[in-house]
Design a protein around this ligand. Structure first.
Ligand code: CTP
Length: 414
């Protein structure tokens, strides 16, 4: 899988640095070459000698060593790599990356590179959830840095929560997916917006109305578009999936917030609305928890319609801000008269394509791993075979790329 690929591994100072040794072994087993840069703190957790023995290459550490600079300048380190991997990516190094500092060799290489960068964060849970780190990670994601992990679990500091570095095999998988698709980027230069997951509509500060959407299909589509080179913003409701690497994820709760986040993403070329947006919200959510009054009737909730995000995006003007995406794709989850309902929904919502999805109980697809879909456009209906959700996503992304590659007249016809 990784034959001939050149990885520049940047090891920062965290207890997880010991896992980087295993990472080097696994990468080399797959045919990649690994060259290491270690920060001063990193070298306290794992010796440069171990990194050198496993990578069978020199280890670079001191930016101000004249020999290093004459033999292998920091620009050259990045030039010679296909991908930079920061593992472990500490809170400190992420902060230095986000603010563009160049105060050691690791930070300098990361500032000087034009190669893809994958970061595997590792830190104490409080450091990971600190507003400063959250902002730094968002900034880096917006700039295209891909992330893998961190995972949830017990930590060396006797705490529990997100902060554990992803396991070496997970980092290898993220590297493979980043590199595998590097050559074909037909959607490079295009911006895409994807909605995913359910929304939550508040009843009071502790209760809400929602649905069972897992977000699997929407997340898979966002990743598939990013793999084809699109700059993707994923707006997602509460899901238990990790943020996909290589794109910007915006987390929201309600339909109103989802619409605001979609409009805040600015003008995009492609919008795919895969979220299961609640059709209604409670007219006036209580500001305090609704208490049971002895002997009183249960409360009656008055509902009002939510904004229709797909219809709103479809109805934006070509000169509006944001402007209408050139291609708006909706989903139609139907239990009966699938194609007829979806054709009708396409017209009603004003979108270009509808991915019609059979969710009748007999198919067992809702919340499952597979989907049977039909792609409905102005040109007609394409029946797709039953596919894993990841494959539906790849096929849809490839179909979108084909659409943009076609001459304008052909684009207008579908
Ligand atoms: N959708 C949306 N905003 C809403 C409701 C739906 O963006 N408030 C989008 C979904 O993301 C999906 C499409 O509209 O792409 C169709 O959703 P669906 O629930 O199937 O359609 P509804 O409009 O809810 O129609 P119905 O419930 O009558 O089938």
């Amino acid at each position: 899988m990784l034959n001939g690929k050149r990885i520049l591994l940047i090891v920062a100072g965290g207890i997880a640095a010991f896992k980087s040794l295993e990472l080097i072994r696994r990468l080399r087993e797959r045919g990649a070459s690994v060259r290491c840069v270690v920060t001063e703190a990193g070298a306290r957790f794992v010796t440069p000698l171990s990194l050198q023995a496993l990578s069978e290459d020199r280890v670079y550490g001191d930016m101000f060593s004249l020999t290093d600079e004459s033999e292998m300048g920091h620009i050259q380190l990045s030039r010679d790599a296909d991908l930079l991997v920061v593992a472990p990516a500490t809170a400190d190094l992420l902060a230095r990356m986000a603010s563009g500092m160049a105060d050691d060799l690791a930070a300098t290489v990361l500032l000087a590179t034009d190669k893809p960068v994958l970061a595997a964060p590792a830190m104490n849970v409080r450091m990971w959830t600190h507003a400063a780190t959250v902002t730094n990670v968002e900034t880096l994601k917006r700039r295209g840095v891909a992330f893998v992990g961190p995972n949830d679990g017990a930590m060396a500091c006797n705490e529990h929560g997100p902060g554990r570095m992803a396991e070496p095999h997970e980092i290898v998988a993220a590297i493979e997916s980043l590199l595998a698709l590097a050559p074909a980027k037909p959607l490079a230069g295009r911006r895409a917006l994807v909605t995913s997951g359910p929304t939550r509509e508040a009843i009071d500060p502790v209760r809400y109305i929602s649905n069972h959407s897992s977000g699997k299909q929407g997340h898979a589509i966002a990743s598939a578009l990013a793999r084809l080179g699109a700059e993707v913003t994923l707006v997602c409701g509460p899901v238990s999936l990790p943020d996909p690497p290589g794109l910007a994820t915006v987390h929201i709760d309600s339909a109103d917030q989802m619409l605001a986040a979609c409009l805040a993403a600015g003008s995009v070329d492609i919008a795919v609305c895969a979220a299961a947006v609640a059709d209604w919200k409670v007219a006036r959510p209580a500001t305090a928890k609704i208490k049971k009054q002895p002997g009183a009737e249960p409360p009656v909730l008055t509902m009002v319609p939510n904004p229709d995000i797909l219809a709103t995006l479809s109805s934006l003007g070509a000169n509006a801000r944001p402007r209408r995406p050139a291609l708006v794709v909706g989903f139609a989850a139907e239990t009966e008269n699938l194609v007829a309902n979806a054709i009708d929904k396409r017209k009603r919502k004003g979108c270009d394509w509808i991915v019609a999805n059979d969710v009748s109980p007999a198919t067992g697809t809702f919340g499952g791993e597979r989907n049977t879909v039909h792609l409905i456009s102005a040109a007609g209906v394409e029946d797709w075979p039953t596919l894993a959700k990841d494959d539906v996503a790849s096929r849809l992304a490839a179909r979108i790329a084909r659409h943009f590659a076609a001459p304008p007249t052909a684009q207008a016809a579908e």
